[in-house]
Design a binder for this molecule. Structure first.
Ligand code: 3H9
Length: 719
């Protein structure tokens, strides 16, 4: 785990723990023993710590956090390094993160190559840098900078690290050779002033002011998260307390955090995201045994908001795009829209001017579908109508080269039905982007019964290439995301039963959702749902009225239709569930008129309103969703619960510190969730989504709570 060798007057300690040189107990033991050996060897004048492979060290081994701690800790190694009478130099390339940076800070010197990155990402795992990082960084950078770096978890480039004294020198050539040259220049120099423990924290007397300012910022930016606040407390300790007392405070807050449900959820989320890329189909094909096809060029059919956003994603990743619209006018509007997005990126410093020009050069607009004949992949993003899509796919099948992949951005329609319009159903898949496509990081890739493993591998890899988090779903009505989302349905029923839409939004926002459901409905427009409901009713031969209480043997609430019919179409009309001041159209204002409309609706239908608690709101909105999640698992629509949770985090802004609805269910306890679902099923027999899932029933019947990584027989997560 740590290779030790002596090379002339240098002891080289090479961390060798692929893939990221995490500090497992074998690594800490190896480092500790290496330092002792080097001290005992009279031929050694200096010690160099370096990483093997692509990185220096990505920090503590996250997989070990849920197991009992054994062996030496990072601080034990750190103290041995710091107190060494021979200079210790860390040589960093790739990353020095978390515990990796803490090890580097224990060293007397740090050099790096120019691409190296440094940071304390612990907050993103619900933790704080617990190996004296919060006490040592302020001694180097000063309090405000340390507060910002540690609470944000952001990574610093080598230049910035030099600016703050984290790195002593950036080197150009072979890192180990440069480390030896550097070591030669410092051998014999006194080490005392280089031991951070001996340094004073600059402006320690101002710490309360820095703390108050940073706390305000942290509460605003990281609402609901406890780790950033704990980080600030220990950094304050670094200025107020003697070194060892500050270290003790850091240790005790670290222990609190590591046992918190937030950290458990965030660590789960870290692995869930990585695990989503590792897919497996029921026939055994998987990401491990399937090669993706080449995607060197793409076409996007339909240049509306979605199509334009998808084109932006492809262009940014260097994939030339042929954008197809019905006529020149619509094309021109789309091209202007796309350029606006690029200009915005340039203004924000996220894109260079040259890159914008390069992207625009790679974009070709056309009104002729034939122009897509040579592309490797087509993504259709036209109106959500099966017949229309089938017509387009039949044409594409004739025009495109036989090897081309044909994908649809549908958010609900059956991929098998779309594929049936072609002679190549094996090459047809869904690539469901979320709006706005150029911003939202999720792509829900969908396979049908005939989609080939190569096609799945290709869309999954394309998602990665364009910087998205890709999750795989089997085709079904609504796929994982839209099929599972019962929050809107239950929220409307709750309003009909007695809750105010404004209270519901507040309760869900307090839970951690970034935006309440009624605000979301106003944002996307009430016409969307109205149109879908009208289509459903038409297909059933039913005429919807204000009195409609059931549709297709399901409970129906006509309130949203009423609002739409009154011209309350959300933000676009200045009124929806909320009202909007034209001077500040993004700020929803509760509206008494809406409460009157609700009241009248209930009176007309003879509905007796009642008090509804926050607990009921959470249960009704989330447990209905969770129940559907279990049905999605039992039908193999999702391969594993963590895939569902990734979709919720990236598609619906579910708070990462709660893991996702499935992880949340595991924390509440499956028996309790199941009992409540059964209760709501008995209370609301006309809402099919309360029919309890068989898988949930089976898991909940176990006498012991079954951990989430054992819900599915064929899946076990790292946690
Ligand atoms: C800490 O240090 C606490 C201390 O302050 C105090 C303790 C007392 N451990 O992301 P990738 C795995 S907390 C175990 O796909 P990339 C990862 O799961 C730690 N495993 O690659 C994946 O496995 P698989 C603070 C880890 O090139 C594989 O490595 N540090 C760890 O896109 C490749 O990862 C962090 O939070 C780990 N620490 O990005 C750093 N890190 O192949 C977390 C990664 O089986 N890590 N793995 O799916 C990262 O940010 C990125 O992984 C990194 C590489 C930038 C390093």
């Amino acid at each position: 785990m740590v290779d030790y060798r002596v090379d002339n007057q240098f002891a080289v300690l090479e961390i060798n723990n692929p893939p990221v040189n995490a500090l497992s107990s074998d690594v800490t033991i190896g480092l500790y023993d290496g330092i002792l050996k080097a001290l005992q060897d009279d031929s050694v004048q200096a010690v160099i710590i370096i990483g093997k492979g692509k990185v220096f060290c990505a920090g503590a081994d996250i997989t070990a956090f849920s197991k009992p701690i054994k062996g030496l800790g990072i601080t034990d190694v750190g103290h041995a390094i710091e107190s060494s009478s021979k200079p210790v130099i860390s040589a960093v390339y790739g990353v020095a993160l978390g515990g990796g940076l803490e090890i580097a800070l224990f060293c007397h010197y740090r050099i790096s190559d120019k691409k190296a990155k440094f940071g304390f990402p612990e907050v993103q795992l619900g933790l704080l840098p617990g190996a004296e990082g919060t006490i040592r960084l302020p001694r180097l950078t000063g309090l405000p900078v340390a507060m910002e770096i540690i609470t944000s978890g952001r990574q610093l480039g080598a230049q910035e690290a030099v600016k703050y004294g984290i790195v002593d020198k950036i080197v150009e050539n072979d890192l180990l050779q440069e480390a030896k040259t550097f070591a030669t220049s410092i051998i014999g120099k006194p080490l005392d002033s280089l031991r951070l423990r001996t340094k004073k924290v600059k402006n320690a007397d101002l710490v309360d002011k820095y703390y108050d300012d940073a706390l305000k910022e942290v509460k605003r930016k990281y609402k609901g998260l406890i780790a950033p606040v704990s980080c600030l407390k220990t950094i304050r300790g670094s200025a107020k307390l003697p070194y060892d007392a500050a270290a003790q405070l850091e240790r005790s807050l670290f222990t609190e955090l590591i046992t918190s449900s937030q950290s458990a959820a965030l660590r789960y989320s870290f692995f869930a995201e990585r695990s989503a890329a590792k897919w497996r189909l029921p026939n055994g094909a998987s990401s491990a045994n399937t090669k993706p096809g080449t995607v060197g060029s793409a076409a996007v059919i339909g240049a509306g908001t979605m199509g334009s956003g998808i084109a932006v994603c492809l262009l940014r990743a260097g994939i030339p795009v042929t954008l197809v619209e019905q006529n020149e006018k619509l094309l021109k509007a789309a091209q202007t829209n796309i350029d606006q997005i690029f200009r915005g990126s340039v203004q924000l410093g996220k894109m260079t001017l040259e890159k914008r020009q390069e992207c625009l050069r790679m974009l070709q607009g056309t009104a002729q579908l034939e122009k897509v004949k040579d592309v490797d992949i087509v993504i259709e993003a036209i109106f959500e109508n099966l017949k229309l899509k089938q017509e387009v796919f039949a044409k594409l099948d004739k025009i495109c080269k036989p090897t081309a992949f044909l994908c649809s951005n549908t958010s609900t329609l059956d991929i098998d039905k779309i594929a049936s319009a072609t002679s190549r159903p094996d090459k047809v898949a869904g690539t469901h982007f979320f709006a706005p496509a150029h911003i939202m990081r999720l792509v829900e890739n969908v396979y049908g019964s005939k989609t080939s493993p190569e096609t799945v591998a290709t869309v999954m890899e394309l998602g990665r290439k364009i910087g998205k988090v890709s999750v795989l779903s089997k085709t079904c009505d609504g796929f994982i995301a839209n099929r599972m989302n019962k929050i809107g349905v239950e929220a409307v029923y709750l309003v009909e039963e007695g809750a105010s839409p404004y209270d519901i939004d507040q309760i869900m926002e307090d839970f951690g959702m970034s935006m309440g459901v009624f605000k979301v409905l106003d944002l996307s427009g009430l016409d969307v749902g109205w149109r879908i409901r009208q289509e459903q009713a038409k297909a059933l031969g039913v005429n919807l009225t204000a009195e409609t209480k059931y549709l297709n043997a399901e409970r129906y609430c006509s309130l949203p239709d009423k609002l739409y019919e009154l011209g309350r179409n959300g933000i676009k009309t200045g009124r929806g569930w909320y009202r909007y001041d034209p001077a500040n159209p993004r700020k929803p204002i509760p509206d008494l008129d809406v409460l009157d409309i609700i009241q009248t609706h209930c009176q007309n239908l003879g509905i007796k309103r009642r008090e509804i608690t926050a607990q009921e709101v959470i249960e009704r909105c989330l447990y209905a969703t969770i129940n559907e999640g279990f049905k999605i698992l039992e039908e193999n629509v999702a391969e594993k619960p963590s895939d569902i949770d990734v979709i919720w985090q990236y598609g619906f802004a579910f708070p990462r510190y709660r893991g996702g609805p499935m992880f949340y269910a595991s924390q509440v306890g499956l028996r309790k969730v199941f009992e409540r679902i059964c209760y709501y099923h008995a209370t609301f027999p006309y809402s099919k989504h309360w029919l309890p899932s068989d898988l949930l029933r089976k898991l909940a019947s176990s006498t012991d709570e079954i951990p989430i990584n054992q819900w599915m027989n064929n899946w076990s997560s790292k946690l």
